[in-house]
Design a protein around this ligand. Structure first.
Ligand code: NAD
Length: 356
């Protein structure tokens, strides 16, 4: 029997509530498919500050690096917002991603038929949307040096090297090969030198993937096109800051933030997490939607463990729960037949796996 080591970081706010539901579903699917998951839990974010004084303890980095993959909830909250920047939970998260070398953030934006009405866009615009945003995660302006704020002048630096662009580009082309074979590279090459290098490198790289159609779009146009006609996109590849903004836009195209998973992958390990934050406003009330985290667990099975059948079972169970009209409070106004708590949603999805 295959055994995988999974590191678990629950984090703050709703993190523990939603991760517990994902573990419930993982237990059901691993039992059904005949493999074993060993979980090891680590601290990060606000809870790590409270317990250890640091947002990212060394044992978390070492433990996650040893594991096959990491399932992550969310971190942060008002309680820690007044701390100096280097001690804040969010700084811990940036350092964590850097330490894990997870340079590619994959964010699928898929519309569930049952929730077409949850989008603010018209059904005919979004029906059938299936986009994969591939965002470079550990380079660009968030990490570039020099950076400074002296109270009068402040600046950050947007840097990409050719190897950094090549590795994220390869990821995008390889994903496109498994999908509709179209990559749209998003940049701002009309004004930024760093974007010109990005574009030139993508064009060079595309020679290795003759079956994939490569197009280019300026980021301002891409933001507009995502809302105007999202179905035109298959894979979008872009840098850190542009991807941050565009992936949030893409997620809103499909409705609730509580539905969308993500994977952050690199050469050492991978982190799977919902795209939303720790939602302190609803923490502890049992109303958080666990689907994004359960779907992230499904991506972990597919992309890190190669357990495709198990991942398909999770997708099918989520679709069935939504089809049967189960909704957490965030989606209660969209064709709900039964409004359920976070735990009940986990139970329903896990039961559908058990029953197949
Ligand atoms: P958020 O994503 O936590 O919440 C935004 C809104 O969406 C809130 O109204 C929240 O209630 C709702 N929401 C989020 N997830 C939900 C879910 N699963 N089910 C139902 N509703 C959900 O963003 P925010 O309010 O800007 O940030 C809150 C905290 O989270 C901050 O400390 C922020 O720094 C942190 N954060 C962490 C991550 C991360 O850990 N990766 C990402 C983003 C924000």
């Amino acid at each position: 029997m295959m055994t995988y080591n999974i590191s678990i970081i629950k984090g703050d706010g709703i993190g523990p509530e939603i991760v517990d539901e994902a573990i419930k579903v993982l237990d059901a699917v691993s039992y059904a498919c005949g493999f074993t998951l060993n979980y090891n839990e680590y601290l990060m974010g606000g809870i790590a500050i409270d317990v250890t004084g640091k947002p990212l303890p060394e044992e978390t980095v070492a433990g996650v690096l040893k594991s096959d993959a990491c399932l992550f909830g969310a971190i942060g909250g008002d309680k820690w917002d007044k701390l100096p920047r280097e001690l804040r939970p969010e700084t811990g998260l940036l350092k964590f991603r850097e330490a894990m070398g997870v340079y590619a953030n994959l964010r699928p934006a898929i519309i569930y038929d049952e929730l077409v009405n949850a989008s603010t866009l018209k059904p005919e615009v979004i029906e059938g949307v299936d986009i994969m945003v591939v965002r470079e995660l550990i380079g660009g302006i968030y990490f570039g040096q020099p950076r400074e704020n002296d109270g009068f002048k402040a600046y950050n630096t947007m840097v990409y090297t050719k190897p950094e662009i090549v590795r994220i580009g390869k990821k995008a082309f390889e994903l496109a090969m498994q999908r509709d074979k179209r990559v749209c590279s998003v940049d701002k090459a009309n004004v930024l030198e760093v974007s010109q290098l990005w574009r030139d490198t993508m064009i060079e790289l595309s020679a290795d993937y003759p079956e994939v159609e490569l197009t280019h779009m300026y980021v301002d146009n891409a933001a507009m096109q995502l809302v105007r006609n999202p179905k035109q996109f298959d894979v979008i590849v872009t840098g850190n800051i542009f991807g941050d903004i565009l992936s949030d836009t893409a997620s809103m195209v499909v409705g609730s933030i509580g539905l969308l998973p993500s994977a952050s992958t690199g050469d050492k390990t991978a982190i799977y997490e919902p795209i939303h934050g720790s939602a302190p406003d609803i923490a502890g009330q049992g109303i958080a939607n666990p689907i994004a985290t359960i779907e992230s667990a499904g991506m972990m099975l597919r992309y890190s463990l190669g357990e495709e059948a198990a991942a398909d079972m999770i997708d099918a169970a989520i679709k069935r729960a939504l089809k049967e009209g189960y909704r957490t409070k965030d989606l209660a106004s969209f064709d709900a037949k039964k409004v359920v708590t976070t735990t009940e949603m986990g139970d329903v999805i896990a039961n559908y796996i058990n029953k197949k």
